[in-house]
Ligand binder design. Structure first.
Ligand code: HEC
Length: 100
């Protein structure tokens, strides 16, 4: 079995006070984000922004803009198109509260 990244492990342990999501749901979403943004919120690829410690309001705004297409990114439109507002809030809280 693949070792859990610290980001996923934290999420599963409930270290991040998530907004109203089903248990396990945030962890599943974070596992998707980790593929590009890194399991610790720090991206390995220079073309992908780090999310660790980013302001929660900023993350919410960007995810809504990707979802609507106002901010153009084929990858992030694809990633955000099914996210609910609650999921966006929970993801933003999680990344903004990662210790840095
Ligand atoms: C397939 C790779 C990929 C995945 C998976 C992915 N992202 Fe992204 N993300 C990107 C890229 C590339 C950008 C830069 C987009 C641009 O502006 O061109 C980005 C940008 C962002 C930004 C804007 C950051 C900034 O500094 O403006 C946020 C917020 C974000 N992603 C959140 C997420 C979240 C939350 C998830 C999981 C639900 C996720 N991403 C999954 C590739 C990915």
């Amino acid at each position: 079995m693949k070792r859990m990244g610290p980001l996923l492990a934290l999420a599963l342990a409930g270290a991040a006070p998530a907004a109203a999501l089903e248990s396990g749901e945030l962890g599943a979403l974070l596992a998707q984000c980790a593929a590009c943004h890194g399991s610790d919120g720090v991206a390995k690829d220079v073309e992908i922004p780090n999310l660790k410690g980013q302001h929660d309001r900023y993350i919410v705004e960007q995810l809504r803009n990707f979802r609507s297409g106002k901010r153009k990114s084929a990858e992030m439109h694809h990633e955000s198109r099914h996210l609910t507002d609650e999921e966006i809030e929970a993801l933003a809280q999680y990344f903004s509260q990662m210790p840095h």
